[in-house]
Design a protein around this ligand. Sequence first.
Ligand SMILES: [Cu+2]
Length: 147
Amino acid sequence: MNKSIIIVMVLTFFGTLFLQAANAGDITIEMLNKRSDGEKMVYSADIARVESGTTITWIPTSKGHNVHFIAGPDGWDLPKKSKNNKEVSITFDVPGVYLYQCTPHATMGMIGLVVVEEGGEVPLNDVSKAKVRGKSKKKLKELLGEL
Ligand SMILES: [Cu+2]
């Protein structure tokens, strides 16, 4: 085997260890024009259930989407909506239910929930009063029904 291949393998191995050390529970969600189940203008996960302290990174796999939080538990400041086509990472330290949408596709059902639990408990703050539009109204009802 040539030396450079071995060096790449060694670096990859330690790089992987380093990433796992960051936080084993961290996850990514993709912004998609079409999902494997055929749904259009969606996030790869409609509901993300995570432990408190988890960082979620949204990846702009398809162009033209963003991440815009519109509701969350008390004591959490809504972050600014992200720029279209940009990766965004948010760490969730406050347990509860969070609702976000894609600004350009807010009426097309492109919404998602983040459910943050702590020690197996999820305080279910009510995000059903948040203003969602068009097809997102029905989808929000469906998603809340799954909690
Ligand atoms: Cu979108």
